[in-house]
Structures are given as structure tokens and as C-alpha cells.
Write a protein that binds this ligand. Structure first.
Ligand code: SAH
Ligand code: SF4
Length: 477
């Protein structure tokens, strides 16, 4: 999300005549795009700000100025603390105020501290074409919505990023088409709750208004929006733009998975068979306290339904260890959920209390830090054990891999991701341009190659590449 925010802010600044440098010595302005989701993320920024202030003093000795700005969620959350108390920053811009950056910076150049942290009900930056900078240009994030209305009891996002609003479909389609023309091979549709996407800009009624999930044990604090174009419509349109471009999305919420979305994912070969299904906990009691809107049973039923419609789907999830009042028994329930589902990818966090949230006001952060840490380690270890087994089932299969570049460990190896978003590592070699063809070609980032899997662990798969390929003639059996 922050990568995408950086790309939007950067596009606005570029238009205003700014150019970018990655060297601090050359910079007149340094902007930090920040996250407030956990205490640790904010601590990183405080440390960075202290270093930057020291650099600013050194630079000022040479009669040059350095403007320091904080963008995003921390600007929103800690307005006066950042600007007045600590006096570490000159410019503050909340997540909905990036268009105002040129004005804020010019005020700062005139010697004033400047801030805009107003949240908007409409801003989606629909007309701002982000300056994409990820993965050497072969993969790009496309924002489809901003904000969140879910109000999970532990979460700061609805307070820092404001109310949920969807970007009009026409501008999303236009951006994806442009990226496709530029040779981008993979896009990730981005939002806090992508599957509740609703383009209400042209109130058309789509084929079906049923949201089958809500009738299967899922609830939402907020009323589901009616009418307009839904996530299924968006996925349909976007995936038709270029059948050789992979489509991913993150993060969906388990409550919004109607069968039409699942069926569309199964039918379209370029929509990746990977779903991020953030569970957070395996205990219904804790899920209730988290205000997630589902029980363990409803979540497991959803997993079963997903696997029925999309056999072989890869699943990932987020988990929080040590939420308010979590007992050893609740923790064991999460362990058993991890074992039962068998995720390919997992993200684990210890609970970090955030001001303003329901949990801050109403619940007690009463699991001691060492217990949170121990539970976190146990969750990670159970996840790894299970993920190793899940990934090992792919040994002997061939996987279609979109090549990202050299592997971290060796320049003789390449790495990329399979359809399920699992990392695949294989030796660098020249390959037949097609199966059974004698003409050979080297492998470059952005190529699709077929890789035969020979070993696996919880983090990655290893194998050897067989030939160049494409999504059109994908063979993953
Ligand atoms: N909209 C996304 C979440 C974005 S935040 C979703 O619902 O999936 C990413 C993850 O951070 C969350 O899924 C949750 O696991 C974690 N998280 C959020 N608030 C947290 C908190 N206060 N303490 C610890 N982890 C938290
Ligand atoms: Fe936070 Fe819940 Fe919204 Fe995700 S869905 S951003 S966890 S409030």
C-alpha cells in the first residue's frame, strides 16, 4: 500500500517539477511514507527521523536547507506530536492530501511548517497515474479502493486512512491497459478490503446482487453497498485486457467471497489461483472480540468451499498472537486452524495496541509481552512445518514461473513466483523457446518459464527450468 502511495505522491511531485534522487547528499527534500499499523513500524520512522534531523543540521552548516516531510498514516495519527512537540518535520501530508504536496512544500521552503491531514470521502487519486517502480517494471500495483469501513477492533486503518471508497472502474481499466502496453506482466489490485469493491459512479445493476457469504455465517458492521459494479465485474474486465498478464489482488476480507468471484478465478487462466484469506485467530471467542464478523466454523466452511471451486488453490493468511484476553486454549485453537487449513504463505504479528481503536477503549491488553512472543514463535513454527508439507506436494510437478531476477543467495540462480505466489528458485540457463524446439534463448526478468520442482521448504520451491512459456499455453500439471 505504501509503495503505491509513494508512486502516487511521486507522480504529483514530478508534475510539479520535482526530480528524484536516491542520494541524501543531493536531496533538498526528504519524504517518508509511513505506516501506523503496529508500534514497531512507527518506531522505525522515529529512528529514521532522528537520523535525518542530524543530517539536516550537518547540511545546514554548509548553508543548504533540507526539508523533511512525513506522509501517510503516521502523519494522520500523530499530527501535533510530529509537528509541534518533537519539531522533527517541516511537512505533514495525510493519505488523502498528496495532491496538496506542492503547496505544502512551497510553504515549507518559505520557512513555515505546513500540514494537511484532512481525510476525504471521495479521494481515490483516480486520475493520477502512479510512477511505477517495482520489480524492474514487470509487476505493478494498481490501487482500486482506499480506506476501510470494517472497524476490526484492533485496527488503526479506518482512523488513519478514512472511510472506504472505490476508484471508478474506467480509470482502473485505463491504467491496467496502459501497464499492459508498457509490457507489465503482473498486476496486483490493491485495497484494504478489495472484494467489497463497488463502483457507484455509474449506478448500473449487475447480473446478481446476492452476497452468498453473508448468509453463510458472515456478518459486517457496515451495510453492504447495493448496486454499482462489484469486484467480480472488475476482475472480469481487468483479466480480459491481456490474457498473458497475471492478475493478483490483496487484501480481500473473508466476508466477501461470493461464488461468482471464486468461479471467475477458476475460469480465467490469468487470475492467479492464490487467495489471501486473513484469519487473524482460530478461536471464535477471539474473532468475536476482534469484530471480524465470522466464526472459526464459518471461516473453515469458506476454505472448504474455495477448495471445492478452485482445486489446488494456494492460501495465505495473517495472524495476530496475544490479542486482548487470549488464553492458552484460544492460542491452541489458532494452532489447530493452521494445521487444518495448511497455508502456503503466512504473516504473523504480536498484538500491538493502537489508540482510538475499539480494543484500546474497551478491552485490556492483558497478555504479557513474553507470552505474546512465545505464542508468535509457536504459530510460526507450526506454520512452517505444515507449509513445508504443503509445498512438498508440488515436487515432481511443473510450475509456470514469472521470473523476477537473480536469487538473493547466488547470481547463478534465478527466482520468480508461481501462480500461487510461492517463490521458485532455479539455476540460470538458456532454454528452448518452446517445448521440443531446438532454438534457445536466455531467461530475463519478466519471462514466463516452466520449472520442474525438485525440492521444497516452507519458504520456497526449487527446481530446474524446462522451457520458455506463456500464460496462454500454461501447463502446471
Ligand atoms: N485490510 C487487511 C489488513 C491490513 S493490515 C486485512 O484485513 O487483511 C495487515 C495485518 O496487520 C492485519 O491482517 C493484521 O494481521 C495485522 N494487524 C493489524 N492491526 C494490528 C495490531 N494492532 N497489532 C498487530 N497486528 C495488527
Ligand atoms: Fe483493519 Fe480490519 Fe480494515 Fe483490514 S479489514 S484494514 S484489519 S479494519
Amino acid at each position: 500500500m505504501n509503495t503505491n502511495d509513494t508512486e502516487i505522491a511521486w507522480s504529483i511531485l514530478q508534475k510539479a517539477g520535482y526530480s528524484r534522487t536516491l542520494e541524501l547528499q543531493k536531496a533538498d527534500v526528504v519524504l517518508l511514507v509511513t505506516c501506523s499499523i503496529r508500534e514497531k513500524a512507527e518506531q522505525t520512522i522515529w529512528n529514521r527521523l532522528k537520523h535525518l534531523t542530524a543530517s539536516k543540521k550537518r547540511i545546514q552548516k554548509h548553508k543548504r536547507s533540507l526539508t523533511i516531510g512525513v506522509l501517510g498514516c503516521m502523519a494522520e495519527r500523530l499530527k501535533s506530536e510530529l509537528l509541534d512537540q518533537e519539531k522533527l518535520v517541516d511537512v505533514l501530508a495525510g493519505p488523502d492530501a498528496y495532491r496538496d504536496l506542492p503547496r505544502l512544500l512551497s510553504l515549507a521552503h518559505g520557512g513555515q511548517r505546513a500540514s494537511n491531514v484532512l481525510l476525504s470521502l471521495e479521494e481515490t487519486y483516480a486520475d493520477v497515474i502512479p510512477v511505477h517502480q517495482t520489480l524492474e517494471g514487470h509487476s505493478a500495483f494498481v490501487s482500486i479502493m482506499r480506506g476501510c469501513d470494517n472497524m476490526c477492533s484492533y485496527c488503526i486503518v479506518p482512523f488513519t486512512r478514512g472511510r472506504e471508497r472505490s476508484r471508478p472502474m474506467s480509470s482502473i481499466v485505463e491504467e491496467v491497459r496502459m501497464l499492459s502496453d508498457q509490457g507489465v506482466k503482473e498486476i496486483t489490485l490493491l485495497g484494504q478490503n478489495v472484494n467489497s469493491y463497488r463502483d457507484l459512479s455509474k449506478l448500473q445493476f449487475s447480473c446478481s446482487e446476492r452476497n452468498t457469504q453473508l448468509s453463510r455465517g458472515f456478518q459486517s458492521v457496515y451495510r453492504t453497498k447495493q448496486g454499482g459494479l462489484r469486484f467480480a465485474d472488475l476482475l472480469d474486465r481487468v483479466s480480459l485486457i491481456n490474457p498473458n498478464m497475471r492478475i493478483r489482488f490483496t487484501s480481500p476480507h473473508p466476508k466477501d467471497f461470493p461464488d461468482e468471484v471464486l468461479q471467475l478465478i477458476q475460469e480465467r487462466s490469468n487470475i492467479c489461483k492464490h487467495l489471501h484469506l486473513p484469519a487473524q485467530s482460530g478461536s471464535s471467542r477471539i474473532l468475536h472480540a476482534m469484530r471480524r464478523g465470522y466464526t472459526r466454523e464459518a471461516y473453515l466452511e469458506l476454505v472448504e468451499n474455495i477448495r471445492k471451486i478452485i482445486p489446488g488453490v494456494s492460501l495465505s493468511s495473517d495472524f495476530i498472537a496475544g490479542f486482548c484476553s487470549e488464553t492458552e486454549e484460544d492460542h491452541q485453537q489458532t494452532i489447530s486452524l493452521l494445521k487444518e487449513v495448511g497455508y502456503n504463505i503466512g504473516f504473523f504479528f504480536t498484538y500491538s495496541m493502537r489508540k482510538k481503536t475499539h480494543a484500546y477503549h474497551r478491552l485490556e491488553d492483558n497478555v504479557p509481552a513474553p507470552v505474546k512472543k512465545r505464542r508468535l514463535e509457536e504459530l510460526i513454527s507450526v506454520f512452517r512445518e505444515k507449509a513445508t508439507k504443503v509445498n512438498m506436494t508440488l515436487i515432481g510437478n511443473t510450475q509456470l514461473v514469472l521470473v523476477e531476477g537473480k536469487s538473493k543467495r547466488s547470481s547463478e540462480e534465478l527466482c520468480g513466483r508461481n501462480d500461487g505466489n510461492v517463490k521458485v528458485i532455479f539455476p540460470k540457463t538458456n532454454l528452448p523457446v518452446q517445448p521440443e524446439k531446438t532454438q534457445m534463448a536466455c531467461i530475463t526478468p519478466g519471462d514466463y518459464v516452466l520449472v520442474k520442482i525438485t525440492s521444497a521448504n516452507s519458504q520456497s520451491l526449487r527446481g530446474h527450468a524446462l522451457n520458455h512459456s506463456s500464460l496462454n499455453d500454461r501447463k502446471t500439471a
